[in-house]
Unconditional design. Sequence first.
Length: 249
Amino acid sequence: MKDYNFYALIIGTELLNGRREDKHFGFLRDTLKNRGLKFSGSFIIDDTPELIASTISYIANLPDSVLFSFGGIGSTPDDHTRLAAAKALKDGKLYPNREFEKLIIERLGKKAYPHPINMAKLPIGAKLLPNPVNKMPGFSLDDRFFFMPGFPEMSHPMVEYALEKYFKESGKTEYRYTLTALCRENEFIELMQNSPKGVEVSSLPKLYSDGARTTISVASYDQEKAKREFDKYIEYLENKSIPYGLGEE
């Protein structure tokens, strides 16, 4: 399978002003990790049409990007994501989706008009994402960009549906080795600068009343390469007589 880079776009002014707490980031992080897929970034933005469209466009232009967008696809005046997606990815217009219209009418009857029926206006080429809660679907574009409600109980099953349908597990296992040393992270700069391709190295500094500590994490899909690189840090610490312990403190 192609190595895609997955992104989250979490839309909602209520998240930024503290009226609600985000529940999408952690779910998507863990779901992608369990499938061996790469979570490359997350954006939380307010309900501004231009900002939504420009963020979608930015993510779409990143290499091998896949977008999961949460929020803003309803029928109220502050739901801008459908049109923003059309402007960022298609011709800037919305078109009635007859399958979606039928679902709305079956569920709401006469109450589908005048406003709820507008949820069925989608960008050209949109495919529906099934909603197990109230049957009001999300939609996808180009099998790479997925737009879902802000409600986790609706959107999270849509994420799993999309991953199962379009992105099977990578089959890769990430091997990670971690240590915590009694020193500042500056000790490791040269080692980190010389990390080989295919190995991810990160440092997490911490400062306690009794001094500095730094956690070093080395990861790769190549176990031998990850272990070989990790051993360089152990060798360095032992040569410098810097105390350390395996694992994250």
